[in-house]
Design a protein around this ligand. Sequence first.
Ligand code: AMP
Length: 133
Amino acid sequence: MATIFSKIIRGEIPSYKIYEDEKYFAFLDINPLAEGHTLVIPKDETDYIFDLSDEILSGLSVCVKRIALAIEKTVPCKRVGIAVLGLEVPHAHVHLIPLKTEGDINFSKPKLKLSQDEFRSIAASIRKNLELK
Ligand code: AMP
């Protein structure tokens, strides 16, 4: 069965899209730890990140870096943290989280509640900073 992330890639489920190319897709996490919390995924539907081919995994890293730098330009933060869990959705993904303190990357803390307009505005700003690169 297709994962929820494959459905997002196909546009069957809406998302706040940040980036897409032939192999990768990025969108805002719907339950963010911080404003700008983004997920970057390979389109290839593989559960465990370390089961990805070397080629897809290295391409994912390059894509992650580009998007992290755009997030850093958009959201006031000290740096962008990176995490891989995959305990909830069985489709490899990298979390990018703007950090001010170590606690900002604590997945046990309550998630932010943002309005649709807030999500849209953050996504648009990150996309703009990606284009400027
Ligand atoms: P994990 O698999 O443990 O890395 O967690 C999956 C992440 O995907 C969580 O942070 C969820 O908030 C996020 N997530 C689940 N469904 C959606 C969705 N439809 N749109 C955006 N993010 C989602």
